[in-house]
Design a protein around this ligand. Structure first.
Ligand code: PLP
Length: 396
């Protein structure tokens, strides 16, 4: 009888030739557990997902309660389902005025797809401007926004009319024109290895969009729900997007995404044609129940208020001559090392010591740190000790 790992390699589609192959038996709080109860501290939260840690009791309770009521009933948008309505209302109450209409989907890529369609429908334009080394998803519309070309070359042709600009470059904003339907930007660029917006950049971007009638779509799929030190990252930069993208952390470990806009904008999906964007499972009642419990718990917990102090502790402890740079935006850090080989060796060392880390899609020389927001001071100290020891070991 083949064991689980052999069957994994035989029957699960692989996306790289070097999967981590860590067998997970259960997860709780900051930890994942393998066979024999081997514990791993999770420093990446399932890539920006488990903001409250794994299986937060209130999230589990909400899922169980919803399980006892109903699962799927009818495609999104037809029936009045309390978990969807309560979650959308809470989000609208927390967001600035115009962002009061929520369209639930299943994932981040779908949120990007829906938002792109909405921008085309509302503006009557089809061109998009996106930033180099930004990631918005792997489906064809979202992948059209991707650059460098190495990632998309094999899948051409993708969508026409996409212009790629340098993030944080004011001069590049000239590429936004009267033909631009929308500019799609991550508030903080994650997969490039955490690049926060320069002073005034997002305001200038917002102004340029307004001048030319282009919509501004902010992707907070990875930044979302407190990671940067505010519930929504854009709150720190004095701008409001026309469309906000959320996913990952919002579901508390369940698959859920959303694009959020004004009622006026969103209503354009309901005529010419009617049913302009539809989904069967988007906004699944269990996912919305989990997301509602996640958001309520996060707001009550005071965790977001602790993010900056925890970030400072990481910055203080991540010191070694071989560290080229540490960039951060709250509990979202990139530790830049000399080479990909060093990063890979440090990740291996961390894993051997029971610590899960990773690199970034568009920056393989940086080590990813994006823990659940519940991480304690003691756990930060331990994790940084393991990382620094791993870096030191690579020098020998
Ligand atoms: N946008 C950003 C900023 C992301 O980091 C990701 C995923 O990593 C996505 C979109 C795509 O989300 P999903 O994997 O749920 O499709």
């Amino acid at each position: 009888m083949a064991n689980l790992r052999q069957l994994f390699l035989q029957h699960l589609a692989q996306t790289s030739d070097s999967p981590l192959m860590l067998e997970i038996e259960r997860a709780e709080g900051m930890y994942l557990y393998g066979p024999g109860g081997r514990a791993y501290l999770d420093l990446i939260a399932g890539i920006g997902v488990s903001c409250l840690g794994h299986r937060h009791p209130r999230v589990v309770e909400a899922v169980k309660a919803q399980l006892d009521k109903y699962l799927h009933t009818l495609v999104y948008g037809e029936f009045v389902l309390a978990p969807q309505v309560r979650l959308a209302s809470l989000l609208a109450s927390l967001l600035p005025g115009p962002l009061d209409s929520v369209y639930f989907v299943n994932s981040g890529a779908e949120a990007a797809e829906g938002a792109m369609k909405l921008a085309k429908r509302f503006t009557g334009r089809y061109e998009f401007v996106a930033c180099k080394r930004a990631y918005h998803g792997s489906t064809q519309g979202a992948a059209s926004l991707m650059y460098p070309r190495d990632f998309t070359q094999a899948f051409l042709p993708l969508l026409p009319g996409i212009r790629h600009i340098e993030y944080n470059c004011e001069w590049s904003l000239q590429q936004i024109t009267e033909q631009t339907a929308a500019v799609v930007v991550e508030t903080v660029q994650g997969e490039w290895g955490i690049r926060a917006p320069a002073d005034g950049y997002l305001q200038k971007l917002r102004r340029r969009c307004d001048e030319l009638g282009a919509l501004l779509i902010l992707d907070e799929i990875q930044a979302g729900y407190g990671r940067t030190g505010s519930l929504f990252a854009f709150e720190q930069y004095g701008i409001v997007p026309d469309i906000l993208l959320l996913a990952k952390g919002m579901g508390g470990g369940m698959p859920l995404g959303a694009f959020i806009a004004s009622r006026e904008l969103m209503s354009s999906l309901s005529f010419d044609p009617v049913l302009g964007h539809i989904t069967t499972f988007g906004g699944h009642p269990i996912c919305c129940a989990a997301a509602l419990a996640t958001l309520e718990t996060l707001l009550e917990s005071g965790l977001i208020g602790q993010v900056k102090a925890k970030e400072r502790l990481f910055l203080e402890l991540l010191q070694h001559p071989a560290i080229v740079e540490v960039r951060s935006a709250g509990l979202w850090l990139a530790v830049e090392l000399e080479s990909f080989e060093t990063v890979r060796a440090v990740i291996r060392h961390c894993l051997d010591e029971g610590l899960i880390s990773d690199w970034f899609l568009f920056n393989e020389r940086s080590l990813r740190i994006a823990p659940p927001l519940i991480i304690t001071e003691e756990e930060i100290r331990w994790a940084c000790g393991v990382i620094v020891a791993g870096i030191e070991k690579c020098k020998m």
